[in-house]
Design a protein around this ligand. Structure first.
Ligand code: 1CP
Length: 375
């Protein structure tokens, strides 16, 4: 009797979970090469997208930014979808990534984040000592990010199944760094001092961020995100030992907890990418975390990387964004060489970090075309 009740309850929860996804009634995918590559299935062509593909190198993005503040664009689904769509109108890309920023999580935790022209993100009141942790408001954080879910759902409809939609988040260590440094930093001196001087408080902050990230990613999947990328952009500041201690356990936790959360609700798990910039020293370890795709920066050799991660992980990357300032002939040659080194299977072409603001449009056109023609 007791068992039957539990079973009925479980079935009800499952149906509710499935409905949470199905009720959107999204159009079917026409180009699923990105998802196929992520799952290790054969592709029609090597999929390509570019980190920060919606951004300042596009004049139409600059135009939107003339009229709207950065975070207003993130918080207004119509504007977020418009800029998400901009690169797809120009280039034959195989994925879209929802326009937002990794710093919306610190905002949802109660911190003020401003975007200053020519500077980047600025936190007027960064975390200075562990006492400041009490000011953070983790309860209900995901409820303050529903605008991202709304943009994702709207975008899935706007895409009409043309390409998959990627959702994303910053990883705990990277977010902790911004919250303590108060913005971008060349050294991460203050955040590293936290790891040494306040190890228990650092763990508390990283765990708080991990929990917020899991809630946030769950919300993104329910809203319609078809692949999730975790940006651990500040991994480059950590030694291998510190990366394994302060980044890896939380990255693993995110994947495990999200999988469990989705399975409990019978929501299909989506592929996940870990992009830990500067952590080419730990590819073997990254391959054990349960992620489907590992993003590589340009310092890693494709053939070496494949040896490290084995055959069952998809690799993504990794042209040097500075190569985009070379001539189209050179870009084509470098891209063709890169795709041949990675091979057609289990590969997603991308840059090794975000595209930079002065990149010529023709470089993007060349990159995308060269990837599709390489093999
Ligand atoms: O004024 C402007 O328009 C600001 C430029 C800008 C843009 C276009 C910022 C400020 N963020 C974004 C969008 C953004 N940020 C996307 C959009 C989706 C896409 O098309 O790819 C994504 C994925 C991000 C993620 C992000 N934000 C990362 C991780 C990726 C990476 O580059 O390492 C990081 C570190 C940030 C913080 C951030 N936001 C903006 C800037 C300039 C920065 C970096 C600051 C620094 O540390 O130097």
């Amino acid at each position: 009797m007791y068992c039957a009740l539990i079973y009925i309850l479980y079935a009800l929860i499952s149906v509710a979970g499935t409905c949470a996804i199905k009720q959107h009634n999204f159009p079917p995918l026409k180009n699923d090469n990105l998802l196929r590559a992520a799952r290790g299935e054969p592709v029609d062509r090597v999929p390509v997208w570019v980190m920060r593909q919606a951004g300042r190198y596009l004049p139409e993005f600059q135009e939107v930014r003339k009229h709207h503040d950065f975070f207003t664009v993130c918080r207004t689904p119509e504007l977020a979808c418009e800029v998400t769509m901009q690169p797809l109108r120009r280039f034959d890309l195989d994925a879209s990534i929802i326009f937002c920023d990794i710093l919306v999580i610190p905002q949802a935790l109660g911190m003020i984040v401003e975007m200053h022209a020519g500077v980047g993100p600025v936190f007027p009141e960064p975390l200075q000592t562990p006492a400041d942790l009490a000011k953070l408001t983790p309860e209900g954080a995901v409820g303050r990010l529903t605008y991202v879910g709304d943009a994702i759902t709207m975008m899935r409809h706007m895409l009409e199944g043309r390409v998959p939609l990627i959702g994303f988040t910053g990883a705990p260590w990277t977010l902790m760094g911004y919250m303590i440094e108060g913005g971008g930093s060349k050294t991460m001196a203050k955040s590293k001092a936290w790891l040494t001087d306040y190890p228990e408080d650092s763990k508390m902050l990283l765990s708080m961020l991990t929990n917020a990230i899991v809630d946030y990613l769950e919300m993104q999947v329910k809203a319609g995100a078809q692949l999730l990328q975790i940006f651990e952009s500040s991994a480059e500041h950590l030694s291998k030992e510190d990366f394994l201690k302060w980044a890896v356990p939380y990255l693993k936790d995110i994947r495990d907890k999200l999988d469990e959360r989705l399975k409990q609700q019978s929501i299909p798990v989506v592929p996940m990418t870990i992009f830990a910039k500067g952590a080419g020293h730990s590819l073997k370890e990254q391959a054990t975390l349960g992620y489907d795709v590992i993003g590589l920066d340009w310092t890693v050799d494709p053939v070496e990387a494949r040896k490290e991660v084995g055959p069952n992980i998809t690799l993504q990357g990794n042209l040097d964004p500075q190569d985009m300032y070379k001539t189209p002939v050179e870009i084509r040659a470098l891209t063709t060489e890169m795709v041949r080194k990675f091979g057609k299977d289990r590969y997603i072409a991308n840059l090794g970090h975000g595209i930079t603001p002065q990149t010529p449009i023709i470089s993007m056109e060349t990159l995308v075309d060269a990837v599709h023609k390489a093999i």
